[in-house]
Design a protein around this ligand. Structure first.
Ligand SMILES: C[S@@+](CC[C@H](N)C(=O)[O-])C[C@H]1O[C@@H](n2cnc3c(N)ncnc32)[C@H](O)[C@@H]1O
Length: 754
C-alpha cells in the first residue's frame, strides 16, 4: 500500500496540513468499516431502524470473540434521524460469532429486499446536500448503480406511509451513459417503486433538451421571440446531481488495487468530461435551482478545477456555503491553489498554463492534452469563486472514504409580473402554478404551489411566468429537433389532452425503431398509454375495487402493439406528459413509472373460458393502495401471516377463523390483505402490513418472492420459517449426508451394493 507518485502529487497539492499527513496516509491503508443505511420511505425506515436499535444493538452490546470485546454497530453521527450505521468487525467475527452471524443474515435479507442499502458513508452525502422535496424535478446525471438515486427517490417520496406510497408531483430522471449499468439502475430503483421515475441512457454532457409543452411558459413581453421559442417547451430542473465519473482514489480503502495503478494523468484526462457534464447540468437548471457536483476523488483537477471552470463559463451561478448543513460532519474547505502535473512523473513545475505552453516547442503546443482549466483560476478571480465553500472529506477525519462535494445555485430572477398575463390567466378560469421557478417563496406557499401544480397538471396545462434574460443562453440540445415559434393558441392546442387513440398512433409512430444518438440502435419497446376506458383497465378497476380517483389515464404498457397483454405501469402526470411529447427512442428512455398490475398466468387462468384477470403486484401495491376501496381489503392477524409463510399454497381450511371463513367465501382472484399488528406464538408484528394474495379454488398464496418472505420472517419471528428456508436446509442436509459410495468407502467396503 504505497505509491510514490501518489504521495508526491498530493503533498505538492497541500490537500492536508503537514501535521496531518501521516494520519491521512495511515487511514488510507486501514480497511474501511462496513456502513449501511436503512432505506425506503421514512416511516417504514424508522420502524426497521427501531428494530436495529432496540433488538440487535442490545444483543450485540456485550459480544466477546476470542477473548476480545467486539463493538456493536454505531449510528453515523451526521445522517438524519440516525438511519445510517457503521460497524467494524472482521469477516471471521461475522461468520463465527452467533450474535453477529444473526445480525449479518438480517442485513443480507433486508439488503436483498431493498430495506437496507450497503453504501459507503460518504456516498450518502450528495443527496443530503441536494435537499429534494416531493414536488421537485430532479435529474441524476450519472446515476448507476443507483445508490444515490435511491436516496433521491426516497426524498421525493418523503410523504409515504409505512404501507402506502404517496403520489409525488415531482420527477426523477436517473441517467447513465453505460447501457448495461442502466439495468443495475432499474433493478436498484425497483426497490422503491415510483410513478415519478424515468431511467434514461445518455452521455450526460450532451443530455438532450426535454420538451414539455403541457406547461406553457409565459415570458416577459420584451423577450426575443427566438429565445422564447427555444425556451418555451424545455423542461428545467429544480435539483441536479452530478456524481461524475472520476479517478476514484478516495475509494482506495475499499479498492486497494488503486495503490498499484494510480497515476495523476487519469484525473487530467477526466477533467474535460467532468466540466462538460457540470455545464450541461447548469444549462438544464431552473433559476433558484441547485446542483450538487461530487466525486470520490481527492484530486483538485477533478474537483475545484472543474467547479471553477464551469462557474467561469456560465454566469449567474454561485457556490453555496453548506459547511454547517449536517451537524456532526467533519470536513475541510475546498482549496484555491493547486499545481497540475503535466506528466506521469509528477512534473509540477508550471504555475500557470501559459508557463507550461512556453516550455513546449511551438509545433507541439497545439497537441498538448493539458488545458487552461487544469490550472487554478487567476488570483483576481479566486475570491469571487468562493472555492473554499467546496467540501472535502478526508479518510482520517471520521474513518470514511475520501470525497468532494460542491453545491451550486443558480441565481433567482427578479420577476416583473405582467398585468396582461395575470389577467389572461385569471380569465381563462383554470388554476395556474405561479412563478414556480423564480420567486423566493415561503414553505407554506411552496406547498400550495406544489398542490396547485398537481391540480393544474390534471387540467393538463400549467402556465409559468418566468423571468428570462435577453442574453440567456439558448439551449440547442434538442431532443426532437428545433421547435418553431407559434402563437399561444397553437401552443394550447398542443398542450391539450390527446385522445387515447391519438396516443396510440403517436406512440406507434415513435416506436418505429429510429436510430439513436451515436448511431447505436435503441431497442426498447415503445410506451403506450392505455385509454382509461379500455376494457382491461375497467376490469382492473372493478375487480380490484379501485376508487374513482384512481389515475386510470396514467397507465401504460410496453409492447410493440401497445396492448395491455401482460403488465401495466403507472406514472404520475409529469412523466406522462414527458412520454407523450418526446420521442422515447431519441430520449433513450429505458423505463418509466412503476409496474403495478400483471396478468395472472397460472393454470387456472389458462383454463378455457376463464376470464382474463389482473393482479396487483407486491412491488406496485404501495402505489395502488391509496386507491383501493378500504372495504375491499381483507383483515387478518399474525397467525394467518405465519400460515402464509410456512407453506407456498396453504389450504383455505388451514387458516383459523375468522380469516378462514372470509377467504373461503371469496371467488378465485387477486385480493389485498391487511395484517393487523399483534403477537402469535414466536411472532410479533409491530405495525400494519398490507400484502397481495392470490386466492385459488381451495388455497391462497402470498404474492411475495422467496427472499422477501424470508426477510419478513426474520423481522417477524427472528428466524426464517418459510418453506424456502426449510427446503434449503433439507437440501443442505442431503448434500452433507454421505452418498452410498462414500458410505461404502468409509466402511472400508469398496463394492457398491446392487
Ligand atoms: C461515480 S459513478 C456514479 C455512482 C452513482 N451516482 C451511485 O451513487 O450509485 C459514475 C457513473 O457515471 C457513468 N458515466 C460515465 N461517463 C458518463 C457520461 N458521459 N454521461 C453519463 N454517465 C456517465 C458511469 O457509467 C458510472 O455509472
Amino acid at each position: 500500500m504505497h505509491n510514490e507518485r501518489f504521495e508526491k502529487y498530493y503533498k505538492a497539492q497541500n490537500i492536508v496540513r503537514d501535521e496531518e499527513w501521516e494520519s491521512f496516509m495511515q487511514s488510507l491503508r486501514d480497511p474501511l468499516p462496513t456502513t449501511f443505511r436503512v432505506a425506503g420511505s421514512r416511516q417504514a425506515a424508522r420502524l426497521l431502524n427501531d428494530t436495529i436499535e432496540d433488538t440487535y444493538v442490545p444483543q450485540l452490546a456485550d459480544v466477546v470473540f476470542e477473548g476480545e470485546a467486539v463493538s456493536p454497530p454505531k449510528q453515523i453521527p451526521w445522517y438524519p434521524e440516525g438511519l445510517a450505521w457503521q460497524f467494524d468487525v472482521s469477516k471471521k467475527v461475522l461468520r463465527k460469532s452467533p450474535e453477529f452471524k444473526k445480525f449479518h443474515s438480517f442485513l443480507v435479507f433486508e439488503t436483498e429486499v431493498g430495506n437496507v442499502s450497503r453504501q459507503e458513508a460518504v456516498s450518502m452525502l450528495p443527496p443530503l446536500f441536494l435537499e429534494v422535496e416531493p414536488h421537485h424535478r430532479v435529474m441524476d446525471m450519472c446515476a448507476a448503480p443507483g445508490s444515490k438515486t435511491a436516496q433521491l427517490l426516497e426524498a421525493l417520496h418523503a410523504h409515504d406511509t409505512a404501507t402506502a406510497s404517496s403520489y409525488p408531483t415531482g420527477l426523477l430522471i436517473a441517467n447513465d451513459s453505460d447501457h448495461k449499468r442502466t439495468h443495475l439502475l432499474i433493478h436498484q430503483s425497483a426497490r422503491l417503486p415510483s410513478p415519478a421515475l424515468m431511467v434514461t441512457n445518455h452521455d450526460a454532457s450532451i443530455y438532450p433538451a426535454i420538451k414539455i409543452p403541457s406547461e406553457q411558459v409565459i415570458f416577459p413581453s420584451d423577450t426575443k421571440p427566438r429565445v422564447a421559442a427555444k425556451k418555451q417547451y424545455q423542461l428545467l430542473f429544480d435539483r441536479i446531481l452530478c456524481d461524475v465519473p472520476c479517478s476514484g482514489d478516495g475509494t482506495i480503502r475499499k479498492n486497494p488495487g488503486i495503490w498499484k495503478h494510480w497515476q495523476p494523468m487519469d484525473g487530467n484526462g477526466l477533467h474535460s468530461l467532468q466540466v462538460r457534464i457540470l455545464q450541461r447540468a447548469m444549462r438544464m437548471l431552473k433559476k433558484g435551482g441547485r446542483i450538487v457536483y461530487s466525486t470520490c476523488s481527492l484530486n483538485p483537477v477533478e474537483n475545484e478545477a472543474v467547479v471553477a471552470a464551469a462557474l467561469r463559463s456560465i454566469p449567474d451561478f454561485e457556490l453555496l456555503d453548506m459547511s454547517n448543513h449536517l451537524s456532526g460532519l467533519i470536513h475541510r474547505p475546498g482549496i484555491t491553489s493547486w499545481i497540475p502535473t503535466v506528466d506521469r512523473a509528477i512534473k509540477t513545475d508550471f504555475a500557470t498554463f501559459a508557463d507550461y505552453l512556453q516550455s513546449l516547442p511551438e509545433d507541439k503546443r497545439a497537441e498538448s492534452k493539458m488545458i487552461e482549466s487544469h490550472w487554478p483560476p487567476p488570483a483576481n478571480e479566486v475570491d469571487n469563486l468562493n472555492l473554499t465553500r467546496c467540501i472535502r472529506i478526508y479518510p482520517h477525519l471520521q474513518n470514511t472514504g475520501g470525497f468532494f462535494i460542491a453545491v451550486l445555485q443558480k441565481a433567482r430572477a427578479i420577476v416583473a409580473l405582467q398585468t396582461a398575463v395575470s389577467q389572461t390567466s385569471q380569465k381563462d378560469g383554470k388554476r395556474h402554478a405561479e412563478e414556480v421557478d423564480d420567486l423566493d417563496t415561503s414553505d407554506a406557499k411552496k406547498a400550495k404551489i406544489a398542490e396547485e401544480q398537481h391540480v393544474s397538471l390534471k387540467d393538463d396545462i400549467i402556465i409559468q411566468r418566468i423571468g428570462i434574460d435577453e442574453d440567456d443562453e439558448v439551449d440547442t440540445t434538442e431532443a426532437n429537433g428545433p421547435i418553431s415559434a407559434m402563437d399561444v393558441d397553437q401552443k394550447l392546442e398542443i398542450a391539450s389532452e390527446v385522445s387515447p387513440d391519438q396516443f396510440k398512433q403517436q406512440q406507434s409512430r415513435k416506436g418505429k425503431g429510429k436510430s439513436s444518438e451515436g448511431g447505436t440502435h435503441f431497442k426498447e419497446n415503445p410506451y403506450t398509454f392505455v385509454a382509461p376506458d379500455d376494457p382491461i383497465i375497467q376490469t382492473c378497476i372493478s375487480k380490484l375495487h379501485l376508487k374513482p380517483d384512481f389515475p386510470a389515464s396514467n397507465m401504460l404498457v410496453r409492447n410493440p402493439a401497445g396492448d395491455p397483454v401482460r403488465s401495466l405501469y403507472m406514472t404520475n402526470d409529469i412523466v406522462k406528459h414527458i412520454v407523450m411529447h418526446n420521442d422515447f427512442a431519441r430520449m433513450r428512455l429505458m423505463t418509466c413509472g412503476t409496474k403495478v398490475f400483471a396478468k395472472q398466468e397460472g393454470a387456472e387462468a389458462k383454463r378455457e373460458g376463464a376470464e382474463m384477470q389482473f393482479r396487483v403486484l407486491s412491488e406496485g401495491l404501495p402505489v395502488v393502495l391509496p386507491y383501493i376501496d378500504p372495504q375491499a381489503v381483507l383483515p387478518a392477524d399474525v397467525t394467518a401471516l405465519k400460515t402464509f409463510m410456512q407453506a407456498y399454497y396453504p389450504l383455505c381450511s388451514s387458516f383459523g377463523d375468522p380469516f378462514r371463513s372470509l377467504i373461503e367465501s371469496k371467488a378465485p382472484g387477486s385480493y389485498i390483505v391487511r395484517f393487523e399488528p399483534g403477537q402469535a406464538a414466536g411472532a410479533t408484528l409491530v405495525h400494519d402490513l398490507v400484502l397481495p394474495i392470490w386466492k385459488s379454488t381451495v388455497s391462497a398464496t402470498l404474492m411475495l418472492d422467496k427472499k422477501a418472505k424470508s426477510a419478513l420472517s426474520l423481522r417477524l419471528c427472528g428466524e426464517d420459517i418459510t418453506t424456502a428456508a426449510r427446503d434449503a436446509a433439507k437440501k443442505k442436509q442431503q448434500e452433507q449426508r454421505p452418498t452410498p459410495t462414500e458410505t461404502s468407502a468409509l466402511d472400508g467396503n469398496t463394492e457398491t451394493e446392487g
